[in-house]
Design a protein around this ligand. Sequence first.
Ligand SMILES: Nc1ncnc2c1ncn2[C@@H]1O[C@H](COP(=O)(O)OP(=O)(O)OP(=O)(O)O)[C@@H](O)[C@H]1O
Ligand SMILES: [Mg+2]
Length: 500
Amino acid sequence: MCAELLELRGIGKAFPGVVALAGVDFTVRAGEIHALLGENGAGKSTLIKVLTGVHPADAGEIRLNGAVIRPGAPKEAERLGVSTVYQEVNLVPSLSVAENITLGRQPGRFGFLNWRAIRRRARAALARLEVECDVDAELGSLSVARQQMVAIARALDTSARLLVLDEPTASLDEKEVAELFGLMRKLRAEGMGIVFVTHFLDQVYTVSDRLTVLRNGQLVGEYVTADLSRLELVGKMLGREVSDADFTSHVAAPAATMQPVLAARGLGRRGAIAPVDLALHAGEVAGLGGLLGSGRTETARLLFGIDACDSGEISLKGATVRVASPRDAVRLGLAFCSEDRKAEGILPNLSVRENLLVALQGKRGALRALSPAEQVQLCEHYIKTLRIKTADTETPIKNLSGGNQQKVLLARWLATQPAVIILDEPTRGIDIGAKQEIEQLIAKLRADGLAVLFISSEIDEVVRNCSRVLVLRERRLTGEIAGAEITSERLMHLMAGTHE
Ligand SMILES: Nc1ncnc2c1ncn2[C@@H]1O[C@H](COP(=O)(O)OP(=O)(O)OP(=O)(O)O)[C@@H](O)[C@H]1O
Ligand SMILES: [Mg+2]
């Protein structure tokens, strides 16, 4: 009944040392939400970039409404009706929301910008998404989630027939995801075709009509979502049989009542987080639970010296310490794997090796630089342990898939051999196989005696991994649960501030 809106046939794309896509077919109908799935590095983003003219294909054909198209650049694809929000949001943090939404297509005449029209257009684009947001605010001052909404508003600014969303929900909270889904359904009803890349299987089943699975650059198959069970789907993505046992808990034993490795007393910063007391013990995984905006990341930033506290103190193994900068923190044996991979994380033009070793080199200082042989050996160790998919240690990190970049960041901090590691959304954008591996790795870090502070928006993940959870709500610490008390339901109530 539905027309084929988009047809990709036999798409091939190789990069030096990697075949990213080999003979891939992909079809999207008008009026459907089509999920594009696969492990990190499977080729999802590359397929999208071929479609939108970021990369020329080595082979194959693209048809939109039956006519062959060969977009040479994203702008051209946009003109043809294909609008895209890329995985790595490419907006300008120092410009306003309005400027970002209209960037490159600002209304104006004779070289003068028409600010009223710019603001009006931006407001309309946000209103369509039902996002309330000051269009004059500097983009960089917004949360990652908000910035993502602005990126989507930007993509919808043109009259799109096909909307491509590459992991748009990675940094949205539940309410924002629901809003986005409402919008996707509305656009579907208007006859738009929507391509949706995600690693959240719940979302696949909630919102998609059909799905396509890629593995190692090859098409595994196309399915009607409702016809495929979750286990079957995971099996197709991983290329092996999967059983329920793969999804069981790694819950650690409750921490012993020994002296904490890291303790904070009355640590706070006005406007960010009300004074909190917390303690982390060697060999425990403590969770920091809370909704987006509850103050989780803010707390982590204070502990790591990124933001200055205006009250309280931090002690390490019983001795009060000064953590005035991340440099102090690293020297003291702290590590912080940040949620914002783009802004605080990767150095896009440097190699995997350089990205992986910056924190360790910083800690050792220029005088004790690692020899080239040591560097390569260390990198190869982490590439193997974390199964990082890269051609070699010298590949620029920007060439890695999003999930593999995340793994390099994690490796960067593990390489410093910290006593305390803060993991802020460590599995964001990571596929289900790698997620399991990272969870196993966390369990191993705990067994090796590290103190782990684990921040995640995924409640199940917190329940599976933590032996104790501190709950934040509206920028204050509101509760703590441990051991068998940690259930998804209990946690949800505490986070939302509702009664059980
Ligand atoms: N510009 C590039 N140069 C070299 N190799 C690249 C480039 N872009 C992608 N690749 C490689 O192509 C393969 C597919 O990457 P792609 O980004 O399409 O994966 P993905 O399915 O989107 O993964 P993720 O879920 O992690 O985002 C990976 O091995 C990646 O390293
Ligand atoms: Mg990708």
